[in-house]
Design a protein around this ligand. Sequence first.
Ligand code: SF4
Length: 222
Amino acid sequence: MGLNQKLFQGSEFLDIDIQVAISALQHIAYCPRQFALIHIERAWAENYFTAQGKVLHERVDGGAPEKRGNVRTERSVAVYSQSLGIHGQLDLLEIEGKTDKKYFPVEYKRGKSKAEDWDRIQLCAQALCLEEMRQIVIEEGALWYWSERKRERVTIDQNLRNLTLQAIAQAKDILSSGKTPAPTTKKSRCKACSLIDVCMPDVARKDRSADYIQQLFSAPDT
Ligand code: SF4
């Protein structure tokens, strides 16, 4: 992931926007602190779930392009959006038809379908990249969940697009600030988080409480 930086070219410094990896959007949607621990502090704890997810993607990404009937599939498609400053790799792209083509991105996931939009945000970011790269409109994609052997169709609607743009903006804010946010208030997420030992959310929460009380007592009288 590129950071906010300036490159010297000729006699001028060129501003290079912060770039966000699409795979990082699921981290920010899950917990902004997790995002910062991974992408600013470079902490990564591999557990059973993350290792299994990596193996799944290696298996999916290794396949060759195929054609079935009217549908051609491309695997491991590199995508980026210059306007949004995001980049990543799409597991599978289905292209239906020859002249009036319909593009359908598919992202493979290890776990189960979720009520929350973390995975849908990642898929939507891939769709936004494809739209910009190929000058098309993508109305739908799918998430394929390995443990359930289930394909979930996802409508790329305006609500999901807005959530995705918010996640991208939040990721860029955190990267440019260089600061790691406080632990999430949703403690149930910490139990499933691979970074809990690095993060120590309970300790960080206590520290913040102590800081807050200290600020109250040291606040000047008005
Ligand atoms: S342990 Fe909790 S607060 Fe810490 S990164 Fe994970 S989800 Fe966020």
